[in-house]
Design a protein around this ligand. Sequence first.
Ligand code: GLN
Length: 199
Amino acid sequence: MRIGILAVQGAFIEHEKQLVSIADHFNEQIECIEIRKKSDLENLDGIILPGGESTVQGKLLRDLEIFDTLQAMILQGVPTLATCAGLILLAQSLENDSTMHLATLPVTVQRNAYGRQLGSFSVSSNVGEIENFPLIFIRAPYITEVSADTKILVAVDQHIVGVEYKNQIGLAFHPEMTDDTRIHKYFLQKVKAYNSATV
Ligand code: GLN
């Protein structure tokens, strides 16, 4: 399977490392493609949108002419895992920002929701079926509203920080910065299921 990781800015290497460490135990080849131009989107089976700075990433998506094709692929059902700034790129609406980006995920997100001072923190929680996952937050957003058909995967202190909607998984935290690979494995299972359904 070919997984494209948006690599215009931010923490994309960490996702790549996570996939490489899973590859040994996954009985399918995993190829990582760093997305920096439109043609990198060709023949991808899955997409990862990493953390970083969403305003910069959103601008680069447009400047590099990746935006329209990427948006169409997500809407067509290509499995997508988005973390932190990636979640902000997917959100259909932002509470404290007039910019909207890909707008494929029917949720409202608040950027820097924990304030800029409370830089980083970590807690452990269940994420969907995955028990006791270490959640690392870095100047993180959280989700303030979800559509009725969006599944809430995890909430911390009554704030929603992980959701799944059809092919999209949006997380406010950083599973790629832990050595726990269960969320990436879950995503790869989704990619596999999508592949076998579309062949
Ligand atoms: N605060 C960043 C933003 O608004 C996201 C932080 C992150 O990705 N770690 O884009």
